[in-house]
Design a binder for this molecule. Structure first.
Ligand code: NI
Length: 136
């Protein structure tokens, strides 16, 4: 029996999307409001999903307390109320789109999740826009 367990997380963060090689107008065309040079914030909603077999000794796929603590320590404490472009080293050269943020989150959590379990990140930038990254 393969089961997916999910834990929600949340952080508020500021970002700006832009490409240094493009003019201000082109950045505005491609990234819209997210190109605002003065930054702006999003209320990011996160779902961390872990898939695997049920451990017969515990009845768990993974201890949810451990997952909760990992999300808090590795993601929420790092990203909440931060300017992603300025304060998070991974985004010094990488545009902090939802796509790239989900990859960075996956990379931060993966070493702490047992290897035999699959990890999937779902990240909502708005209530209607969300991305999924499965490490592929
Ligand atoms: Ni934005």
């Amino acid at each position: 029996m393969i089961v997916t367990v999910n834990r929600k997380g949340h952080f508020n963060a500021a970002h700006r999307l832009y490409n240094n090689e493009w003019s201000g107008d082109r950045n505005q065309d491609v990234f819209g409001k997210c190109a605002n040079p003065h930054f702006h914030g999003h209320n990011y909603e996160l779902i961390v999903s872990v898939t695997g077999g049920i451990n017969p000794r515990t009845g768990f796929v993974m201890d949810m307390k451990l997952l909760k603590d990992l999300i808090k320590e590795k993601i929420e404490d790092e990203f909440d109320h931060k300017n992603l472009n300025v304060q998070i080293p991974e985004f010094k050269e990488l545009n902090p789109t939802s796509e790239n943020i989900s990859v960075v989150i996956w990379n931060k959590l993966r070493p702490h999740i047992p290897e035999k379990l699959q990890l999937e990140i779902t990240l909502f930038e708005t209530a209607r826009n969300f991305v999924i990254y499965r490490g592929e």
